[in-house]
Design a protein around this ligand. Structure first.
Ligand SMILES: Cc1cc2nc3c(=O)[nH]c(=O)nc-3n(C[C@H](O)[C@H](O)[C@H](O)COP(=O)(O)OP(=O)(O)OC[C@H]3O[C@@H](n4cnc5c(N)ncnc54)[C@H](O)[C@@H]3O)c2cc1C
Length: 233
């Protein structure tokens, strides 16, 4: 088994680029001190510290190709959230954040294994890293992606997903000739053909839905790797 690099200690990330593609999304690109190279699928922990030393930390998947000199994250703002609105409203180029990563040994793509990825909303972020890596190295036929969201506007990286050839499944908007609907079993069956592993990422409800349709498409539970975004403890 290939060893997976994991960054165990806290380091500093300086915001070098920031973009707010919509009112609900912020893309931040960090220059990370003493950076440990990542594998597609891993994430970082971002820690905010108030002047009274109160801290809050949250995990964010890495969107960058491992070759990218900056580490990119894409954060969806949650109503009543603590960290995500701060990153959307307050963070600026030049700010320094405490970061720890890359983290995650399980949810990394072993690039020799033909795989299918199913992401819901911001759950597509780790798959963007996988797609970028797959395209750069010319192994994109080994990675198929399904991305789901309510509307096109709510799907991070929608243009990039489309140009990769991902299946975009919108639930509240028609998309080209696809009528608004949840991902349906035949869509998964077609893309799961030949896949030896599945990666699923999104909210708790989305992950259980995707697990069921992968089962119907013939991918057994032990070949499904899951990353779940849920309320922080
Ligand atoms: C491994 C991992 C990778 C992640 N990667 C990303 C990523 O790439 N992009 C991204 O935007 N988020 C990602 N998340 C989620 C992220 O860590 C935070 O949970 C999210 O940003 C909310 O933090 P907050 O402080 O704004 O909200 P909080 O203050 O933690 O919560 C605010 C409110 O929202 C609810 N809530 C919290 N999280 C969720 C959720 N995910 N879905 C529904 N309700 C929720 C809480 O119950 C509460 O009511 C990831 C989580 C994990 C575990």
């Amino acid at each position: 088994m290939t060893s997976v690099p994991v960054g165990r200690s806290w380091t500093t990330g300086i915001v070098r680029e920031i973009e707010r593609p919509t009112d609900q999304l912020v893309k931040i690109r960090f220059e990370v001190a003493d950076r440990t190279p990542h594998r597609p699928g891993q994430h970082y922990v971002v820690r905010l510290r108030a002047p009274d030393d109160y801290t809050a930390q949250r995990s964010y998947s890495i969107a960058s190709d491992p070759d990218d000199p900056l580490v990119e994250i894409m954060v969806e703002v949650l109503p009543r959230g603590e960290v995500s609105p701060f990153l959307h409203e307050i963070a600026e180029v030049g700010d320094e954040f405490e970061l720890r990563g890359p983290i995650g040994r399980w949810f990394v793509w072993n690039d020799d294994v033909p795989s299918i990825c199913i992401g819901g909303g911001s759950g597509v972020v780790p798959f963007v890293s996988m797609m970028r890596y797959a395209q750069r190295t010319g192994i994109d036929p080994r990675l198929r992606v399904i991305a789901s969201a309510q509307t096109r506007e709510r799907l991070p990286y929608v243009d990039e997903l489309e140009s990769y050839g991902a299946l975009v499944a919108l639930t509240r908007e028609n998309h080209h000739d696809r009528v608004a609907a949840h991902i349906y079993p035949d869509e998964v069956k077609a893309l799961a053909f030949g896949a030896q592993r599945a990666y699923v990422c999104g909210s708790v409800g989305f992950v259980s839905f995707a697990g069921r349709i992968l089962g119907d498409a013939g991918i057994s539970d032990e070949n499904v790797r899951v990353e779940q975004f849920g309320p922080s403890a």
